[in-house]
Ligand binder design. Structure first.
Ligand code: ADP
Ligand code: MG
Length: 215
């Protein structure tokens, strides 16, 4: 199955649905150790993307990801807006124009994007942020590529890795972002950005599963 930017409108719709279904939980998470606006920021960004979906579907992968990043950067606000924006804009830089999005290209692009996001946030694994999902998923994609993992197994592996990543934030003490002000009191809570990153990743994987089953 070839994954082209034609899939983007379906990805965006699926992400909007999963964020809506989980909005109360995510808001409660950001209220507990942040300021409670994470879902609103993300939903504003997603609505903007939805308006651009038909146009995005016509672009090459590199141009589409760049446009997504710029749109998120301009519309979301919050720490997460600049981080998600950086992720997508950086990913676009590692994709060759019109190259198909195979596992190797996806892993390389995602790894580069996550590394740039780390730099942007001056953060890394263990700080109780979205990176506690993004970094393990980036590593899982690399492993899957090296092991020539089959698609079915790959999808489960990626989603399970993302879920384990969110769960790993529960016992962490936040050292980055707004939550860092609360120090030890952040222990026992999941990080909101880690949760939405996981929801986004699992929603995209699910769309790919459905598409694969129908080919
Ligand atoms: P804000 O914190 O500005 O209100 P959001 O609520 O939209 O922005 O996003 C908060 C999320 O952003 C956190 O849950 C965390 O995952 C992520 N985050 C915040 N600061 C950083 C950072 N320095 N590095 C990586 N992720 C971060
Ligand atoms: Mg917030």
């Amino acid at each position: 199955m070839e994954i082209t930017p034609n899939c983007l409108p379906d990805f965006i719709d699926a992400v909007i649905v999963t964020i809506r279904e989980n909005e109360e939980e995510v808001t409660a998470l950001d209220q507990a150790i942040g300021d409670g606006d994470h879902v609103i920021n993300l939903q504003r960004g997603l609505e903007n993307l939805k308006a651009q979906a038909p146009e995005l579907a016509q672009l090459s992968w590199d141009a589409a990801l760049k446009k997504i990043g710029i749109s998120l950067l301009g519309s979301m606000g919050g720490a997460s807006g600049s981080l998600f924006g950086t992720l997508f804009i950086s990913m676009s830089k590692k994709l060759e124009i019109d190259a198909s999005l195979n596992l190797e290209a996806m892993a390389q692009s995602f790894t580069f994007g996550v590394n740039e996001t780390k730099k942007r946030g001056k953060s890394d694994l263990g700080a109780k942020t979205m990176l506690d999902v993004l970094i393990p998923v980036e590593q899982a994609l690399q492993q899957a590529f090296e092991a020539e993992m089959e698609t079915d197994k790959l999808h489960e592996f990626i989603c399970d890795t993302a879920l384990a990543g969110v769960e790993s934030t529960r016992d962490m003490i936040a050292t980055k972002g707004r939550a860092a002000f609360m120090g030890e009191r952040t222990q026992g809570h999941l990080d909101a950005g880690a949760k939405t990153s996981q929801l986004i990743i699992c929603a995209i994987v699910k769309v790919l599963d459905i598409k694969k089953a129908s080919t």
